[in-house]
Design a protein around this ligand. Structure first.
Ligand SMILES: [Zn+2]
Ligand SMILES: [Zn+2]
Ligand SMILES: [Zn+2]
Length: 175
């Protein structure tokens, strides 16, 4: 049976396929990344039953690049991109997108509300008490609630909010 010459190459160099896939990924990022990300955002908005508007796309893009940002940070980013968009418009976009499941709100004690686009999992957060840095921590269980109390008091419990607090490497040894 005649062999596909590419198969021979791949058999001889098992990492060749890996290499091709990585190359494809790099090319996609370099040339089509921004465009395909934007098409993906449009799809997400439509799927959530929302019209595609410039402020909505800008808000999602900013939060994609800067997860766990405050509304004020997002608003100034949107204005940089689009010019005269009111803070109220940005707040409305944040609320609508959060209501439709496109954004997750987190409210760490002592901090303004923060938003992120990573909504599809039950991940937790690790927060530095000193500088406020926030890091995503995968949930070892994955589903919500990932902790259950001794007694549920008849409640149907749907979430255990877990925040890990500490001092980051940069703040840890500063007195
Ligand atoms: Zn820190
Ligand atoms: Zn997060
Ligand atoms: Zn968990």
């Amino acid at each position: 049976m005649a062999r596909d010459p590419r198969a021979a190459v791949i058999l001889g160099f098992p990492h060749f396929l890996d290499f091709l896939q990585k190359l494809e990924l790099i090319q996609k990022r370099r040339y089509g990344g921004v465009m395909s990300d934007r098409i993906e955002l449009h799809r997400q908005l439509r799927e959530a039953g929302l019209r595609v508007t410039a402020p909505r796309v800008a808000v999602l893009e900013i939060l994609h690049a800067h997860p766990h940002s405050t509304a004020d940070f997002v608003a100034s980013g949107v204005r940089e991109h689009l010019g005269g968009v009111s803070t109220q418009t940005v707040y409305d976009v944040l609320r609508t997108c959060a209501d439709r499941g496109l954004l997750r709100r987190i409210e760490p004690a002592g901090s303004p509300v923060r938003y992120e686009t990573r909504t599809a999992d039950n991940h937790h957060h690790l927060i530095c008490r000193r500088c406020g840095e926030i890091i995503d921590i995968d949930c070892v269980v994955g589903d919500s609630p990932c902790l259950v109390p001794d007694r549920d008091h008849g409640y149907r419990i749907d979430e255990a909010e877990v925040i890990f607090w500490g001092a980051c490497p940069a703040c840890r040894d500063v007195h």
